[in-house]
Structure formats: structure tokens, C-alpha cells
Design a protein around this ligand. Structure first.
Ligand code: NAP
Length: 318
């Protein structure tokens, strides 16, 4: 299918549902819910902006101790002031696996358990960028960093009673799981690469569920955030009158944490408080192999965390 046709199908399928129109049409059916996260410990990544900020804000407002992870110390300090000191700050560049791991270790040292881990951080790039650890930046941030943080907290037994909420995107409906596309290719297409990464999050979530972790994957719809405005300025200009606000974008995450709904099958993606199918188009069903994805992530983790001296010796020998 060519890109134009795929784009037209995608927008005609999802435009009303993913915007504030879809949210408004469903919201009135939901019962009123009193939120109480008192005594809970949350970890929210990408917490200083957009949807992550709103999730962290609501969790803190309803009593949780929120560990907010983001790369800007200044924005974290502003956030702490705005939320009247109700967060614990963690500065980390979550595209760097070494920083993800040191954050995970700090959190594991500080907390006996984590009630809610929100793997929210994510970005779409327009040009290929490589981290200092040698990975495509979107892959490192959107997939491998989530995997590393979750697995580290799991290995420290900090998630035994907790839940994990993974923030994917409806963009994943466009593509099948394809390991070879997770870090883009030579013909780098940022939007498509992002879609493959978001598809990988959905598969990783079902693998985690099969492993016994109470993990959910969701998408927020189309939300007016700094990330959308920067990565997709034309889309933002065309649609901003109907984009959701961040409260609507955060709604399903907060509801999942408050409700912890049973999920019998490992497959599916939550959106507007309901488990939805993870495929809409027939050509996206191939490649569904969780063990292969985890093998790929383990290798990428090894590559990213390998001793830099060893890496440079190997590349000069090649
Ligand atoms: N907005 C939407 O319509 C939409 C739709 C589908 C899915 N999503 C998903 O929802 C999640 C949140 O999106 P958003 O639109 O709210 O994003 P956003 O506005 O760009 O906010 C992202 C947050 O993550 C932080 N961040 C980015 N890269 C980081 C890094 N390497 N290390 C540490 N922190 C980093 C940002 O900090 P800085 O301010 O320092 O950059 C910011 O706090 C993402 O996973 C996204 O893919 C969003």
C-alpha cells in the first residue's frame, strides 16, 4: 500500500474517534469516580510536559508520592514549585540506557515498591539521530528505555504488586511488528519509524502480561501537547481545534491506575477506558513474536551498555 493511501485510510478511520469529539461522545457514559491514590508510589517518565505532566499532576493531587523523571532539571524544579512540592525529582536523559539504569537503581534504593509505573516518555523525530550509546534516538526513548526501566524495577522486585502503564500511539495501527524497522532504515521516515516503535510497545506489553506482570498498554488519542506541535507542525495547525486537552489524553492512564481492570487476554490496547483490538488493517498482523522482540531488545541493551573503550577498540579493528 502506498503512503498516500495508507494516510487517507488512517485519517478517515480514526479522525472523529481520536479527537476531542470521540472523547466527548464517550465521556458522558462513564460513572463518576472518586480518585484516591493516598499512600501510593508512582513513577512517571517524561513528566515535565504534555500528557506525562497531567498524569503526574493528577496522581499527586489525589495523594500519590510521584517520582517524576525527565531530562530538564529546570522544568522539574518548575513542576515541583507548581505542584507545591508534591513530587520527587529525577533528572535523566531517558534516551540513554545508562541513565535509565541509574534512575532505576536510585528508585529501587528509595522505594520498597512501586504501585504505578507510567512508561510515558516518547518522541517522534523528523531526522534520524543517534544517541551517544549508538542507538536510534526514538527507539532508545520509546521502546528500549521503557524495557530497561521496567525490567530493572522488576529484577529488584519493586513491581510485584504494582501495575505498569505503557503509552503507545494509535499510529501503530498502520504497521506490522517489524524488528528491522525499529531503528529506521537508510530511507529514514520519522513518522513511520515512530509507528513501528509504538507497535513494538504493544507486543512488549502482551509479552509482559504473559510473564505475569500486570501491565497495560494504551493510547491517548490526538492530544494538544508541545511534542505534537514540534514534531508535526502542519498536523497541529490543521487539527488543533479538535485535538484533545491533556486531561483527556491522561484520562485512560489515571482510570487504569484507579480501576486496575482485569484483562484476560494479553493482546489489545486500551483507549478511552476500553480494551480495543490491536489491529484494524489486515496487513499488520505479521511478525507477532514477543520472544524475538525481547531478544532484539536484550541485544540492543547489551550494545548500549557495553564498555565504550571496548566499543572503540572493536570499531578501529573492523
Ligand atoms: N500527544 C499526542 O497526540 C500523542 C498521541 C499518541 C501517543 N502519544 C504518546 O504519549 C506520550 C507523551 O506524549 P506528549 O505528546 O505528551 O509528549 P511531549 O509533549 O513531547 O512531552 C514529553 C515529555 O517527555 C520528556 N522527554 C522527551 N525526551 C526525553 C528524554 N530523552 N529524556 C527524558 N525526558 C524526555 C519531555 O521533556 P522536554 O520538555 O525536556 O523535552 C516532556 O516532559 C509519548 O509516548 C507519545 O508518543 C502522544
Amino acid at each position: 500500500m502506498n503512503d498516500l493511501l495508507r494516510g487517507a485510510m488512517f485519517f478517515s478511520c480514526f479522525l472523529p474517534s481520536f479527537t476531542r469529539l470521540g472523547y466527548a461522545s464517550r465521556k458522558w457514559l462513564w460513572p463518576q469516580q472518586e480518585l484516591d491514590f493516598g499512600g501510593q508510589r508512582w513513577v512517571v517518565t517524561g513528566a515535565t510536559g504534555g500528557i506525562g505532566y497531567e498524569i503526574a499532576r493528577q496522581a499527586a493531587a489525589h495523594g500519590a508520592e510521584v517520582h517524576a523523571v525527565a531530562r530538564s532539571a529546570e522544568k522539574l524544579a518548575e513542576m515541583e514549585a507548581a505542584l507545591e512540592g508534591k513530587i520527587v525529582r529525577h533528572v535523566a536523559d531517558l534516551s540513554l540506557i545508562s541513565e535509565v539504569m541509574s534512575t532505576a537503581n536510585h528508585i529501587a534504593d528509595d522505594l520498597p515498591h512501586v504501585d504505578v509505573l507510567v512508561n510515558n516518555v516518547g518522541l517522534m523525530l523528523n531526522e534520524r539521530q543517534t544517541t551517544s550509546e549508538g542507538l536510534e534516538q526514538g527507539f532508545a526513548t520509546n521502546v528500549l528505555g521503557h524495557f530497561a526501566l521496567t525490567e530493572a524495577l522488576r529484577s529488584h522486585e519493586r513491581l510485584a504488586q504494582g501495575i505498569v502503564i505503557n503509552m503507545s500511539s494509535g499510529g501503530m495501527y498502520n504497521v506490522p511488528m517489524t524488528l528491522e524497522r525499529l531503528q529506521g532504515g537508510e530511507d529514514y521516515d520519522g513518522m513511520l519509524t515512530y509507528a513501528y516503535q509504538k507497535r513494538a510497545q504493544v507486543l512488549l506489553n502482551s509479552w509482559w502480561r504473559q510473564e505475569g506482570l500486570n501491565s497495560y498498554v494504551m493510547h491517548p488519542g490526538w492530544v494538544d501537547t508541545p511534542g505534537v506541535e514540534t514534531a508535526m507542525p502542519d498536523f497541529h495547525k490543521m487539527t488543533n481545534a479538535v485535538l484533545r486537552d491533556t486531561a483527556a489524553g491522561a484520562d485512560t492512564a489515571v482510570w487504569l491506575a484507579a480501576t486496575k481492570p482485569a484483562q484476560v487476554k494479553p493482546e489489545g490496547i486500551w483507549f478511552d477506558r476500553k480494551l480495543r483490538r490491536e489491529h484494524v488493517f489486515p496487513n499488520t498482523r505479521d511478525g507477532r513474536d514477543g520472544a524475538a522482540l525481547v531478544g532484539y531488545l536484550d541485544n540492543a541493551f547489551g550494545e548500549a551498555t557495553r564498555d565504550p573503550q571496548e566499543k572503540s577498540q572493536q570499531s578501529s579493528a573492523a
